[in-house]
Design a protein around this ligand. Sequence first.
Ligand code: SF4
Length: 446
Amino acid sequence: MALSGIQIYKMLPQTNCKECGFPTCLAFSMKLAAKQVELGDCPYVTDESKQQLAESSAPPIRLITLKGKDAEVAVGNEVVLFRHEKKFVNRPGVLIRVADTDEKETITAKVEAATAYIVDYVGLDLKLDGFAVEAASGDAATFTAAVDAVRKSSNLPLILVGNDPAVIEAGLTVLDGEKPLIMGANAENWEAMADLAKKAETALGVEAGTLEELAELTEKIQGKGVEDMVLHPTGQGMSSSLALQTQIRRLALKNFRPLGYPTIAFAGSGGNPAKEATLAAHSICKYAGFVVLDTFSPELVYSVLVLRENIFTDPQKPIQVLPAIYEINDPKPDDPVLVTTNFSITYFSVANEVEGSGLPAWLVVADAEGMSVLTAWAAGKFDAESIAKAVKQFGVGDKVSKKVIVLPGHVAVLSGELEEELPDWEIRVGPREAVDLPGYMKSALT
Ligand code: SF4
């Protein structure tokens, strides 16, 4: 857990020499606790204190980064149990599993389709993070060929799954310069798997059915010099999985270091996509760092990735689009100019309605710090001045011949002030709801 300013103060020299730029050691320790200065700013901290302070400032859940050929996925570094306490930091990686017993063509087709999967979701790219290749055959040559087939079809990060260190090591020969996750180490093979992870500089998955066994294994593996681990609690069934994942998170946040690692969940449910989706959903909510799906289908993946976005967006930071002038349906100079804010959902509501109507328009998106129209207006972030500023900044007057601008109906009150800010423009008041825009444009603007 993070130390308080007073706890840090007790580890400082307490000479008040001022060399750190602060009048007292106490003032410096308060700034250090708030992470506003570096420990190195005090030249007199002892090595012992340095070590203690470094340990206390380490995140309760270790950051694990998997690297593929030209992509990576980072999980961990979480500091809260509930999103509203602060925020969740790193989205769980969502990966697709293939088995080395599948035909090469089957593997290639699945991996290529999953890699190409990308969906624009309110301005965000929804996509998958990698693949788990399972050594189901138990044969080194077969596994290596499968890893090679995956790598030739995708550059995304990989997890190599199997309990035989020799087979996993063979698969690693294909992945030059990458950092995959290898798994898993269990009570029988942990020494050999730890040696392999250390030699290959990979993260290591650790598997056990109880928290006590997991903690015991991670301590032994750390003793072999492996720091990057991912926990796989292997409890059967949904309620067991939920309980174990939640207990791991709770204990990690209490700074129980043996469980201070991200977790992984395998959601595959014997070909039952509904059950797989449910398991994946609860793993995303509580509290998997990686979620592995067996099924690649757009409908399953879309629902999982949308849920992930909804859980892992910062609740204090609205999703925004870039303030700009957007062209919808190839507008010409005599087409109307609409105005809205840069809150993603507001933008997409307006843009989708206009686009769907087939009517051309220029859409000016003003910077309102990601707030919706009424919220931004109430907060003073969407007013006549900011709208006029956006119109001038984006050179809207140079693009159109008819200087008619349409305000959202909710801020009709701004029309008088906007006329003063933009004296060359005719200001009109549009409908309150985006859904009414096409009808308004047909009746009032043509
Ligand atoms: S430099 Fe170190 S010892 Fe000197 S006042 Fe700052 S914290 Fe205290």
